[in-house]
Design a protein around this ligand. Structure first.
Ligand SMILES: [Zn+2]
Ligand SMILES: [Zn+2]
Length: 241
């Protein structure tokens, strides 16, 4: 199973890989890692988990994740749990590939990009059987330099899941939100149109937005880009291969 981040309910699973868990972290803000405490594979014997994530200041992925499984947050150290773990710290621009199982020789390719977010974050692109998926969250799409790099990175992907915490209206009401490390759905729509992406899934939505507000964004957004969807709690997004 390949995952990106572990929020409270870890649901970002997209490719099944036999007997192995591959967990990629975009960064280590609590809304992205808290679910790891409840992530069942770490409590299972015979489970091998490969963790990947960026540096956090001078701390490696291994150092940061081990800190979560420690006093005062958790009673048992990660290394004392039954699973086996491996850690790799990654930077933007790196690429990995995995083979899914013995019968299937088409590899899963994972590429990374450094994102503009307080403390930094990594975006991921996964390509498997000629289909591609980009997971670009916790990012300032309003930053011109970062935006042009992301545009190249996501060009022609089939599906993009991205940070749309705000709307442009939120920025007008409270301009300081522009510097809080996130994006508006209008910025995301404009970007995927330029990058000729097929589907856009709005994600990392402001918890203050209720269902009526999300319905309104969906209606407005679809007028600008027909391939737009909103990811709500327990929704699944499928990308057929
Ligand atoms: Zn964040
Ligand atoms: Zn976040």
């Amino acid at each position: 199973m390949l995952r990106v981040d572990t929020p409270e309910t870890p649901t970002s699973n997209f490719v099944e890989i036999k007997w192995r868990e591959y967990s990629f972290f975009t960064h280590y803000h609590l809304d992205h890692i808290l679910g790891l405490l409840n992530f069942q594979p770490v409590y299972q014997r015979d489970q091998k988990i490969n963790f990947y994530g960026p540096l956090s200041g001078d701390k490696t992925c291994e150092e940061v994740l081990k800190k979560l499984f420690n006093d005062p947050y958790h009673p048992i150290a990660l290394t004392d749990l039954p699973s086996r773990q491996d850690f790799k710290t990654m930077a933007g621009g790196e690429q990995l590939s995995f083979t899914t199982n013995e019968e299937e020789d088409k590899p899963v390719i994972v590429e990374t990009i450094a994102l503009n977010h307080p403390g930094g974050a990594l975006g991921y692109k996964v390509t498997y059987q000629e289909k591609s998926f980009a997971y670009i969250t916790d990012v300032v799409l309003g930053d011109a330099k970062g935006r042009s790099e992301i545009l190249k990175f996501i060009k022609h992907v089939d599906l993009m899941v991205t940070d749309t915490t705000y709307s442009n209206e939120d920025y007008v009401k409270m301009p300081m939100k522009r510097s809080w490390g996130h994006s508006s759905w209008e910025e995301a729509v404009e970007l995927v149109k330029a990058a000729e992406v097929k589907r856009l899934v709005l994600f990392h939505l402001d918890p203050n937005k209720d269902d009526r507000e999300l319905d309104r964004i969906l209606r407005e957004g679809k007028k600008a880009f027909t391939g737009l969807e909103i990811l709500r709690e327990e929704d699944t997004v499928e990308l057929e291969t």
